[in-house]
Design a protein around this ligand. Structure first.
Ligand SMILES: C[S@@+](CC[C@H](N)C(=O)[O-])C[C@H]1O[C@@H](n2cnc3c(N)ncnc32)[C@H](O)[C@@H]1O
Length: 422
């Protein structure tokens, strides 16, 4: 039977450690790759050009990237193929190779030619819901939403009416996506995402959620990779305004909280200056979530009564730096540093020079995203000499006595591998 109208046979693929080859490096590939990684798949991307977030995943060895066009043999060893290029001829070639090799193939351009379809999926506690609705993905997404809402015993989400003809009703919503784990996106943030026509995303946002949106939702990758590819802020502002002016609901999906070292207010100001209605949905900042996931309390009775979140993107004394590191050294509270991996030796040197005790404990918590983050500890005095030198960004650094309160704290050595964060 070859008819695309035959109901598909629903399976749950257990992809952990199994190779999936994704051909294409644009917004569709980004959605698929993020969801495949969340399912534990080993992902290889074949594409001459990829979006910055995919580039970044490759640089961090989360995916293998073959940076060229598709070639015969690229599906060697694959359990599943995803043809997600913008060129139907290439997708057809991938589909034909997959057919010959008896590898299931998802196609972004032609559902009738694909041998596998990705259902609209959702999670409600222990339930994973998958819905197909013929070839009507919007209907499938709506049915998925109803099923998920029923499972979490909430009323179903409102169905959005199409805008009346001729009236422009565009708006922008800044959604704080939390530190990357989909479970830390807020319910309101997810509600706004489901209303979106366009999602303009950062690389540290909860990317697996993108693949739960209907295929018609346009995903714009506005990642800023430190020292790498970055969409300039002015261009991000222009993109938000242009889509909203065209009548679209635009979600600006940001990592953590939009107003914590995230340039969120600049985006709000740009929208207001253009007369675009804008809403802000706060998010769980990595400044709190990463220590929290790692078991480090930022305050603790009798230990620390305050915490200060500081950007470490500029070294102490650099032109443009407004941080008074000497005052922070005397604050008696916890310091939580973001964007501080590169400048950590100079920053800790300045804190020591201002009189902070060399025995003050320091923790680095590397990216958690959907994986457990790595927690490591050292004493402040050892950090300028190279303790924690191999911490990889993105990471959150916590300095203060609270680090000693975390379970498993062993501060006797200098740089010690701590327990897994979760
Ligand atoms: C430009 S700031 C944005 C902060 C964001 N608005 C927030 O509230 O979390 C980026 C920095 O946040 C921290 N960060 C954000 N997400 C992270 C994650 N998943 N793992 C580790 N650090 C993260 C890192 O210090 C990174 O360099």
């Amino acid at each position: 039977v070859t008819s695309a109208d035959t109901a598909p046979y629903l399976l749950g693929l257990r992809l952990a450690g199994r190779l999936v080859v994704v051909v294409g490096g644009g917004g569709v590939a980004l959605r698929r790759v993020s969801a495949l990684l969340a399912a534990g798949a080993q992902v290889r991307i074949v594409a001459a050009e990829v979006t910055p977030a995919l580039d970044d995943l490759a640089a961090r060895d989360r995916v293998a990237l073959t940076r060229r066009g598709y070639a015969d043999g690229d599906l060697d060893g694959a359990w599943l193929a995803v043809a997600a290029t913008s060129d139907p001829a290439v997708n057809a070639e991938v589909g034909a190779d997959a057919e010959r090799r008896r590898v299931w193939c998802v196609r972004s351009d032609d559902a009738t030619a694909a041998t596998a379809w990705v259902p609209a999926t959702g999670q409600a506690g222990p339930f994973t819901v998958g819905v197909h609705a013929g070839r009507d993905p919007r209907r499938a997404a709506a049915a998925r939403d109803l099923a998920v809402a029923a499972l979490v015993e909430q009323p179903p989400p409102p169905v959005r009416e199409p805008p009346p003809a001729g009236r422009v009703v565009g708006r922008v919503v800044l959604v704080g996506g939390g530190p990357g784990d989909p479970g830390l996106l807020t319910v309101r943030g997810w509600d706004r995402l489901r209303e979106a026509d366009v999602v303009v995303t950062d690389r540290l946002a909860p990317l697996p959620m993108l693949d739960r949106l209907p295929p018609s939702v346009r995903v714009v990758d506005a990642s800023k990779v430190p020292g790498g590819r970055a969409m300039p802020q002015e261009e991000i502002n222009r993109t938000l305004v242009a889509h909203a002016r065209a009548g679209r609901v635009v979600v600006r999906l940001k990592g953590g909280d939009p107003f914590v070292l995230g340039r969120g207010m600049e985006e709000v100001q740009a929208c207001l200056a253009a007369g675009i209605p804008v809403e802000v949905v706060p998010g769980v900042s990595s400044a709190l979530a990463l220590p929290g996931l790692a078991g480090v309390p930022v305050t603790h009775r009798g230990v620390a009564q305050s915490f200060t979140v500081v950007s470490g993107h500029l070294p102490p004394g650099a032109p443009g730096s407004t941080v008074d590191w000497s005052a922070l050294a005397r604050s008696g509270g916890t310091l939580v540093l973001l964007m501080a991996v590169t400048n950590l030796p100079q920053i800790t040197g300045a804190l020591l020079a201002a009189g902070m005790p060399a025995t003050t404990p320091v923790a680095s918590i590397e990216e958690s995203g959907i994986q457990p983050g790595r927690l490591r500890r050292a004493e402040l005095g050892a950090v300028p000499d190279g303790a924690l030198a191999d911490v990889r960004a993105p990471a959150v650094i916590v300095i203060g006595a609270v680090v000693g309160v975390a379970p498993g704290a062993d501060l006797s050595g200098d740089s010690a591998d701590g327990p897994s964060a979760r």
